[in-house]
Write a protein that binds this ligand. Sequence first.
Ligand code: FNR
Length: 180
Amino acid sequence: MKVAAIVGSIRKDSYNLQLAKHVQRRYADQVEVEILDLTPLPMYNQDIELDAPKEVLDFKAKVKEADAVLWITPEYNSSIPGVLGNAIDWLSRVDQVMIGKPSIIMGTSMGTLGSVKAQMHLRDILFAPGLNSPVLSANEVYVGAVHTKFDTEGNLTDESTIAFLDNVMANSQEWMKQYV
Ligand code: FNR
């Protein structure tokens, strides 16, 4: 099973990126996770969507070939970061590569709520007609106080979070089977 991970932070030391890398490493024998880089994406502009730059086409091709998308996002101003919204706008247009493709949502924050508002908004966005992506339910991952759960090398050290993610990933894989 191939999973494209889309991280809503392009910060070098992003905790959300660290969470994506944890998933990539820990479940490597079960799923092939590729973390996509949003940095090269230009701002979405309807004037160029039919003749989009190579960076956009490459990004969309990676999403298209994946069996599922794993979204891992911080919360910015009670919603999703602009960089994530921009990527979503590209994905929602022209060949609409998200339609029917399953999504799993996770996220972290340093506060206690673990990006819950951003994740709720993202879930809603994924139900828009241009995306129409089935989203895994009942396995919501809000990693709060994230700065206490990773070590300085970027390893997740919090045992209860590790165990919780094991359960969510097992459920995710079972759920994804119906779409591949
Ligand atoms: C934030 N942060 C934040 N946190 C939160 O819980 N609710 C919020 O609404 C916001 N808003 C917000 C806006 C902006 C512009 C920034 C830069 C930050 C804090 C944010 O979640 C925190 O810095 C995360 O660690 C960012 O994720 P990465 O980069 O570590 O993955």
